[in-house]
Design a protein around this ligand. Structure first.
Ligand code: 13P
Ligand code: SF4
Length: 312
């Protein structure tokens, strides 16, 4: 990247020149959220990717999100700032092992959380996100067996909510399971008036204490609409950027994590791989590009479309 250039300005210029759209997840750095055309949760981002008329989609999030955008837009170029921005949930379900697991339950309907690879999506009947998982599971006839993958914490939460017996794949999000129960107890004692809001990727023991559980967008909405003035937020700390903007007068405390990092809270190392410089380079060079082979994309698209249809 040439020295001394104003990256934000150059990114906006490239965006116009190349008719690109920048989609960003709430977990990426605030400075990237600021220049994005759309910031949202996984469902909102998939919907934005589905409806865009841009020629190039620049996805500031993680690899599986770029893949989902490509699955929906085979004729558009999809780039991501860092090809190594993966996801522990997607990594937890390798293709061959998942195929073997599925073969053990040949009659089960496969519901997969969108946080999985295109290969897993291709073996899935219907995708879900944290904002529609309950609704998606409820849409499946009661007599059907259901495999739920790859997040076991979300799966247990959905099983409890729907009363359905789900066959769970044992995956987890390293960020959400790192929230420290012990430290959280202390923070709650110090802030007795704060409500605990949590993402369903958190462990059951955290969810059982939560006053509200939901996707990132749902947490944001709850904090905005609640009359309460203080919240402990149990999800990736990037969401606090938008929350602070939405409710500047409220007290927002990120839930403490075991990991000792700069914020002593939970941060996704993959989401944080997105930087302004890498974003600029990905737009300038149109690399790294995401591609999904047609034999994977077509069945994966069917599973993604099935979700989008229910979530209209
Ligand atoms: P949502 O934004 O759908 O809540 O997902 C959270 C997440 O972990 C994305 O990787
Ligand atoms: Fe994956 Fe967790 Fe990071 Fe989301 S926060 S991208 S689920 S590792």
């Amino acid at each position: 990247t040439p020295k001394g250039i104003d990256l934000k300005e150059e990114i906006l210029k490239l965006k116009k020149e190349k008719n690109a759209v920048i989609l960003a997840h709430y977990y990426v750095d605030g400075e990237i959220q600021e220049i994005a055309d759309y910031v949202g949760d996984s469902l909102g981002l998939a919907q934005a990717a589905e409806s865009t008329t841009a020629d190039m989609i620049v996805f500031c999030g993680v690899h599986f999100m770029g893949e989902t955008a490509k699955i929906l837009n085979p004729h558009k170029k999809v780039v991501i700032p860092d090809f190594n921005a993966g996801c522990s949930l997607a990594d937890s379900a390798p293709k061959e092992e998942f195929a073997a697991f599925k073969a053990q339950h040949p009659d089960a309907v496969v519901v997969s959380y969108i946080n999985c690879t295109a290969d897993i999506k291709a073996m899935t009947d219907i995708i879900c996100t944290s904002s529609n998982a309950v609704k998606i599971v409820e849409s499946i006839p009661a007599e059907k067996e259901i495999i739920f993958a790859p997040d076991a914490n979300l799966g247990r939460y959905v099983a409890k909510k729907t009363g359905r017996d789900l066959i769970l794949w044992d995956g987890a999000c390293i960020v959400h399971i790192d929230i420290s129960l012990e430290k959280l107890k202390k923070v709650r004692e110090e802030n007795p008036n704060a409500l605990l809001v949590a993402h369903p990727e958190c462990k059951e023991i955290i969810l059982s204490q939560a006053d509200f559980i939901g996707s990132t967008t749902a947490l944001l909405k709850f904090v905005e609409e609640s009359d309460n003035q203080e919240f402990i937020v149990a999800t990736e700390a990037g969401i606090l950027h938008k929350m602070k903007m939405a409710v500047p007068h409220k007290k927002l405390i990120p839930a403490p994590a075991n990991e000792q990092n700069s914020c002593a809270c939970s941060e996704c190392p993959y989401m944080k791989m997105n930087t302004l410089e890498k974003l600029y380079n990905s737009m300038f060079y149109e690399l790294p590009e995401i591609n999904v082979p047609e034999e994977v994309r077509i069945p994966a698209l069917k599973a993604v479309k099935a979700m989008l249809e229910i979530s209209k």
